[in-house]
Design a protein around this ligand. Sequence first.
Ligand code: SF4
Length: 350
Amino acid sequence: MSIPHNIYIHVPFCISKCNYCAFFSRAISPDWDCYATQILSEVDFWAQRLGRVSVPTIFFGGGTPSLMPTKIFNKIIKHISEKFDLQNCSEITLESNPGTLDETKLREFIDCGLTRLSVGVQSFDDDELKFLGRQHDAATAIKILESAQSMNINVSADFIYGLPGHNVRHIISVCDKINQIGLKHASLYELTIEKNTPFGQMNLSMPNNDEMADMYLAIEKNLNLPRYEVSNYATNENICVHNKNVWLGGAYIGLGHGARGRVFMNNAWFEQYGGDIKYQKIDDDTRALERIITGLRTIYGVALDDKTKNILDIDFIKNNNDLVQIKDNRLIATNKGILILDDLLVNLTR
Ligand code: SF4
């Protein structure tokens, strides 16, 4: 049986490294033809194994995919369309950084099939952007958001909160600005300090857990967009289809160094790595646990089927209605449960 596979393409290149960043990316100017050759050969590899499966979404993540020349983007999309079935492909997303994309280049991306732009804005404060190690200012970010909004595509922006000195007042002002710009999708991530980053060496004085929780709750109260995942807010029409598919347990192929995927072939699930093209079988319990972890992050929850029920502690669920609830045979975390999701997952599974 073949099922649809979403495609994630990792573009691991940036202008420079941000002070908080632990993503797989390098500050180099790559040989784009060489990069495209690699991606195309991975497309061929998976087309041979999976056949001409339907591809509902394509997502270029990074790194900084907006650095990619549009002719390389076009070449990759064209090749995917030759090897897979794009008839039901409803979304092609590109992650971008302000300053790497102007209106002309954005139009070219759209002409090649782009339907959704995600912009790494991170902050509306120029001093904060410098502190984060970003290479752009707030005005440049707002300009590309406004250009994209005028081009009939879905537009999203990423923000980071919980920097030293941040409080509820700060997050309310960010929400106000997002409302004012009229964004229909926004991702607001709490700053986490990773060891092997410049921030990891700086002994920063971070807001405590209660302050972080207050800021998190303030987002839902002040943003004009409903939450559909722990850190993601959007109107119904602007929900990221790619991420939703992945979070709800859909299959996806990861292409390029640093990418990972979950492919379904020969009636089994495989964990798969882009770049060196490695893959290994994953057992039913591992796959069910992944679906529970990602599904509970969303407002849709996770389906209660034989595979998930096999590892869930049903008694715990029945006794903790304030944290998790069953609706239409799906297990969904409540607002209270979302706040303690990591602990909840430990107790929820056997
Ligand atoms: S632009 Fe994104 S991927 Fe690149 S270094 Fe900054 S945070 Fe990391």
